[in-house]
Design a protein around this ligand. Structure first.
Ligand code: MG
Ligand code: MG
Length: 263
């Protein structure tokens, strides 16, 4: 069952989303060559708690961090640790914030210093695929329209959508129904309705879509070792269109994002 949220509940998710967006802005400014992902994790926890929230990931199924930090060919779920961020890396950071009983979930991938053209294109395409997915979050659409919109952008660019990991409903729980694949046919699946809140999160590999789980049982890598990016927003479906609840103030928005109502 897809739980629909009231306007008051969406406001509470948005309040968590504001802390989360500001946290990601803070982390983005801190990500420079030489910093360890464990330091970023500490900064995030301090920031979230300092703003009255709780880091949703910490302790979730035993996860030891407040953020996931996933460099280069790591797709998602990287445990913060001794890894030293290097010039030329891309680094995906995923954060969840719980506030007042509601969860917001958002991620981005950052270029560190001077990165290759392939990496920059991957980030651009993944970001655009997220915006395309958000654009399909319209009352009356089908869930498959969201999945298909993401897939189209990614595959038109020659990249691959990770298939074994999906977006999700979000609200009182971090992971609610429905699962939201980043691929699939348009016009299929549940009808989208007012009050649904989704975490849309394309994970995109430069090479093949296959992934594997690392030795720590958390981190997920691209099987072919190619670079991988991840962008995520928490989005509420309203009668006036999708409302992004985790939009960052520093976010560079393309044309599609500017066209979204409620921004
Ligand atoms: Mg996330
Ligand atoms: Mg998520």
């Amino acid at each position: 069952m897809i739980v629909r949220k009231s306007e008051a509940e969406i406001r509470r998710i948005a309040a968590a989303g504001t802390i989360l967006a500001d946290c990601l802005d803070m982390l983005a400014a801190a990500v420079t060559p030489g910093i360890r992902t464990l330091e970023l994790d500490g900064m995030a926890e301090e920031f979230i708690r300092g703003h009255g929230g709780t880091p949703t990931f910490l302790g979730y199924r035993g996860f030891p961090g407040s953020i996931c930090a996933s460099p280069n060919d790591m797709v998602v779920h990287g445990i913060p640790g001794p890894y030293v961020v290097a010039d030329g890396d891309i680094l995906s950071i995923d954060v969840g914030v719980t506030l007042d009983g509601f969860v917001a979930d958002s991620a981005l991938t950052l270029p560190v210093g001077k990165v290759g053209a392939d990496a920059l294109r991957l980030l651009d395409v993944t970001r655009r695929s997220l915006e395309a997915g958000i654009g399909a979050c319209r009352v009356g659409n089908r869930l498959g329209d969201v999945s298909h919109a993401v897939q189209e952008v990614v595959e038109a660019a020659g990249f691959a959508v990770v298939r074994s990991l999906v977006g999700h409903g979000v609200g009182r729980e971090m992971h609610e129904e429905p699962q939201i694949p980043n691929y699939g046919p348009a016009g299929k699946g549940p009808r989208l309705a007012e009050g649904m809140v989704f975490a849309i999160e394309p994970m995109v590999n430069v090479g093949d879509h296959e992934v594997y789980v690392g030795a720590d049982r958390w981190s997920i890598f691209s099987s072919d070792g190619s670079l991988s990016a991840h962008f995520e927003h928490t989005v509420a479906l309203t009668t006036s269109g999708p409302r992004v609840l985790t939009r960052r103030t520093t976010e560079v928005m393309g044309g599609a994002a500017k066209a979204l109502p409620g921004q």
